[in-house]
Ligand binder design. Sequence first.
Ligand SMILES: [Zn+2]
Ligand SMILES: [Zn+2]
Length: 373
Amino acid sequence: MDPHRLRNLLHPDLLRKRLEHEERPRTTFSFYRYVRLADAGNLRHALYVEWEALGVLGRVYLAPEGINAQVSIPTDNLDRFRSVLDARPEFRAVPWKIAVEDDGRSFLKLIIKVKKKIVADGLADDAFDVTNVGTHLDAATFNRKMEAGALVIDMRNNYECAIGHFEGAYLPKADTFRGAIEEVKQVMKEKKDAEVLLYCTGGIRCEKASAYLKHEGFTNVNQLHGGIIDYARQIKAQGLKSNYLGQNFVFDERLAERITDDVVGTCMQCGKPCNRIGNCHEATCNMLLVQCEACAGKYADCCSPSCREIHQLPMEAQRAWRKGRSTRSTKTKAINDPEGLRKRIREEEELLAFNGTLHPELSSITRENSSRA
Ligand SMILES: [Zn+2]
Ligand SMILES: [Zn+2]
């Protein structure tokens, strides 16, 4: 079989339309497992064929160390999907975490990638025992320990914490996993015997983080089993109080799912309380930012006046300007200096008022276009 055919080649707009017209409800869920996969390359092709036939969409990483999958599937195919997973010894009985807030539009296509690692953690795995993880806690126990005064630590990146987190948790300033874990090690270096509670989105990052901290001499390391995603499900099912406030950042089209109505974020542009996160709509920027409705209107869904100016040009001129510039498809680069952003906006607005443009180079593009027309 030609592996090049085992991928989706359709345009995103078409895929979005197709999904909007799909009648069958979908369920979004995620799962991961650290397990030895001897031949991830061939497994990838086999899984693509198997899962595509069941209508699975999503993003899946395979690596010699295991699988990490975020997918959506027509709900009436869930049982069938369970059986095909269970038929493979390496994935048998792998637990699922079902998203709480879900319109089934979380993914447009199925992507299965073979990677070196299932989480890009930047840690040297051979330097410590990755299987010596912390104690797994369910939602009720996590709440109880938290309320008894254990130290809660967010193992996600700064932009993920910006719109929701556990009350009183330590929120690392770093924007990578590696950075966050080094920061935690530093901040906690006098408290190696304290009871610590780690959490992340789905639990996978805590597997590595807890093993690493134990290796570094921390003696009482615990972690939220199934992450925020499963915490939300458990508190709902058991009628518990949510100590997690606000939104849970997720790595799909939705960007965030609501856990509680609390607003813990701040608009990066005007500084008002805000839980709304989005990407700058200018394709060469695409930076993630927390942005209120009013600012989204004011800046045309862009991060700055300079991105707005490009974004509001006629399509033809936008294309001409972007020529030779790289557009970023990544959704996970975030603005992490809101103060700097606000300063830049002020400067740009001033310059714009003075010059009428922030992109003097546009005049030649517009001239070229009109002379061609
Ligand atoms: Zn704002
Ligand atoms: Zn931008």
